[in-house]
Design a protein around this ligand. Sequence first.
Ligand code: CTP
Length: 397
Amino acid sequence: MKLILGIGGGIAAYKSAELARILMQNGHEVQAVMTSAAQKFVQPLTFAALTGRRVLTDLFALEAAIEHISVAQENQLLAIAPATADLLAKFAHGLADDFLTTLYLAFTGPVVLAPAMNVNMWQHPATQSNLAALRARGHCIVAPESGYLACGMTGPGRLADPQAIAQAIEQALSTSRDLEGETILITAGPTQEPLDPVRFISNRSSGKMGYALAEAAIARGARVILVSGPVHLEPPRGADLIPVRTATEMRDKVFESLGPTTIVVKAAAVADFHLSRVPDQKVKKTAARLSLELDPTPDILAELGRKKGDRLLIGFAAETQNLQAEARRKLESKNCDMIVANLVGTAGSGFDSDQNEAILVLRSGDSISLPRAPKREIADRIFDQIPKLRLALQTAK
Ligand code: CTP
């Protein structure tokens, strides 16, 4: 495959030559791009000799007029080793003042970052928050190793082993477009159930998990239909967004969109009860006490379970206790292929958080524990299960 190896200006730049050699050996076409700082540590000639191609260094070279765009379009993956603190900061904030940083912004495929720097620079809150932003964008970070550093200090900061970086690149390439051809219907956010023209019942769902799923699915090549309750989030680029408000509206839009769908992911926190008949006028504060009589909303997931056909159905379970047992009960009763179970409330990762932890409960009887990670990473781990779920569905027929 065709990939880009970006080299930042750090002492570890010389180890990138070994990485270039491994990638060539693995059968890839490697386009090396060096920052001007990188060229102070290693000559471009080293990479030109190893990759058999001209090394790109200068945004303003005459022949490079819009080359960062064509290089971005022609290649399947962008790997950066070493990713310096400066490069991480520029990528995190979208600064683009040389070939590599403009290339990063123009590139839409998977990105693998292998940072290397002094231990204090690595641990600095600025670097850590840039890393969190890059992780949340779905980039793979190959964590630096601990050990003796060129600056004389000991601790994390040493570039990961080139073999380990090459392995992360292979892994990212194998999942990069694995959902191509799938149409994934994702529901996200809360629903709002009106009590009168100005009031409603809702819940604390932020929609972040559903939106992270939509982003991950799009990045992996799927078409995404996102049926979303009211949230304060930017819709992911490339998703077909269908905004809804109530559980009943969500049900109707889900079934209208089901035709071309191959996978349904029900991340929405649907209200379980609503007022069947909503008063036309605002309820006044006249009575000493107000009782509400609520009726159940349609259980969309259960209805999908009955009508799913060959589609894969992934449900969510938000529980405050008995996580696994409740998740398995929901999997059976709603005929799902997998349930993503979250502990919520004081014991859990909390709503509105950018992070989550979950247990994946599969029809096969397996359960997989996903430790606390950015929601975008959890989303990718959920989609990693698709081949296994499809195989289980086919063998069950
Ligand atoms: N769900 C749904 N329609 C509803 C309620 C829930 O489609 N009216 C879906 C959610 O999108 C989620 C799953 O069902 O994927 C589980 O939601 P949860 O609220 O955890 O479970 P409930 O089925 O409501 O069961 P309980 O309230 O007893 O925990």
